[in-house]
Design a protein around this ligand. Structure first.
Ligand code: AMP
Ligand code: GLY
Length: 434
């Protein structure tokens, strides 16, 4: 089959790598793609500013059998709707359902209506109301979470334990380029527990759970520093109860699908359920309408199944054949991934430095780690980094000790010449200590 993959980040690099391993995929087109992904597929000749309908039309004219959308923005912008108009199968929800991520206010409303466990909340508009409500939550419950309702690349959430945190969150929301995403703001109580995420492929036939991963959202070791899009993760999650997956399907995913149906929506694509797990079980922190980044990277390496087949079944191109799902479903052992970010991440302060990424890092010749990249560009044959989360180093081992050893051995080599590179040293370390 011929597949179009939409996106250009490390998550899409991992998806491209995964799709290319399938017998089902004999041609991979990528839009917009990146220099790091060129070895895996050809770029669809369409500019970055192209409309969703134009990209979908070109894909159909080029004989694409189905589309896989990596990031949330094209989904919020109606990419899946454009595909539906052309009867081009697309793995990724239509814009109405993608509001589960693009509008946190919508997601909370759906959760409340569906009886899905989640934090108590209020929806406000404007800085004055935001401040008032956040201070009220702080006074009444000892904490408040302030969240831009719109998309903010993982940077629009502020967990506040004291007044100064509220002041800083409000400053960032309203005066550092996020004002549009923060037109509506969700204020929540602070949930207590351990955080993890659950991933499930949805569409035709039965849901296919991919399992759990734990991301590390704070920039620095020991969960210090600002929230980021994610600095590394591990899978599986050994501290969860054995029936955790069934619990999330029953308490969250099934009621969600019922509620969406009541609202006239079907969901096709990967659903990402962000959770806080306590003695009382799971409570939903957020929904995303895509795989996580870097969770996609670690799951793509850890999961032995053929994702192209799973996805083709979800978009109705294959029978919902359980055979390929159950066989060798997940790797035994453990996997970790660690993100290497530019010196100025996440707020873009400071002078961005260029680092040349040696191409060999992507050509895993029996190496112990697989490397995926975002934000790299080609200049005179050299791959240069930009700003942001740049490389994701993923490795698998018989246990977390081995997986960590493999990942950090590769990182040591890459980071040796990369001045100011930021990464966490403690991904998965809680699982191997004491
Ligand atoms: P979100 O984008 O909603 O996932 O929020 C980003 C991060 O902020 C989450 O991964 C949590 O670490 C934290 N967070 C969000 N909401 C809450 C909450 N209600 N209680 C505690 N932490 C939260
Ligand atoms: N790693 C968090 C996210 O993808 O939203």
């Amino acid at each position: 089959m011929k597949v179009l993959l939409v996106g250009s980040g490390a998550r899409e690099h991992a998806l491209a790598w995964k799709l290319r391993q399938s017998k089902l995929v004999d041609d991979l087109l990528i839009w917009p793609g990146s220099a790091a992904m060129d070895a895996l597929g050809s770029r669809l000749p369409m500019g970055l500013d192209a409309g969703m309908a134009d990209v979908a039309r070109l894909a159909r004219n080029q004989g694409v059998d189905f589309v896989v959308v990596g990031p949330e923005q094209p989904l919020a912008d109606g990419f899946a709707d454009a595909c539906a108009e052309l009867k081009l199968p697309c793995f990724g929800p239509v814009a109405a359902a993608a509001q589960l991520e693009s509008s946190k206010a919508f997601a909370k409303d759906v959760m409340q209506a569906a009886g899905i466990p989640t934090a108590a909340f209020a929806v406000v508009q404007g800085e004055t109301a935001c401040r008032q409500k956040a201070e009220q939550f702080l006074a009444n419950s000892g904490g408040a979470v302030i969240k831009a309702s719109g998309l903010a690349s993982g940077k629009g959430v502020f967990v506040c334990q004291k007044q100064a945190d509220i002041d800083e969150g409000i400053e960032r929301l309203y005066r550092s380029g996020m004002a549009k995403s923060a037109e509506t703001v969700v204020i929540e109580e602070v949930l207590v527990g351990r955080e993890c995420s659950f991933f499930v492929f949805l569409g035709e036939g039965q849901p296919t759970p991919l399992g759990f991963a734990v991301d590390h959202k704070r920039l620095k070791d020991g969960d210090q520093g600002p929230n980021t899009g994610g600095m590394g993760c591990y899978t599986p999650v050994p501290w969860l109860p054995a029936d955790a997956g069934d619990t999330v399907m029953k308490k969250v995913v099934q009621p969600l699908l019922v509620e969406l149906k009541k609202r006239g929506m079907t969901y096709n694509g990967c659903l990402y359920v962000g959770l806080m797990w306590s003695d009382k079980g799971p409570s939903v922190v957020e929904f995303n309408v895509r795989l996580g980044d870097p969770e996609a990277e670690v799951l793509a390496v850890h999961d032995q199944r053929d994702w192209a087949q799973l996805i083709a079944a979800k978009v109705g191109l294959l029978d919902d054949n359980r055979e390929f799902e159950s066989a060798a479903a997940q790797n035994a052992g453990a996997s970790v991934c660690v993100v290497l970010a530019s010196p100025c991440y996440p707020y873009g302060e400071g002078v961005p430095q260029k680092f040349e990424v040696p191409r060999e890092v992507f050509q895993n010749k029996g190496d112990v780690a697989q490397v995926f990249a975002a934000a790299v560009r080609e200049e005179q044959g050299r791959l240069l980094t930009g700003r942001g989360r740049i490389l994701t180093v993923v490795s698998h081992g018989k246990d977390f000790v081995e997986a960590r050893r493999h990942a950090y051995a590769t990182i040591k080599k890459i980071a040796a010449h990369w001045s100011g590179v930021q990464y966490r040293h403690d991904i998965g370390s809680v699982l191997v200590e004491g």
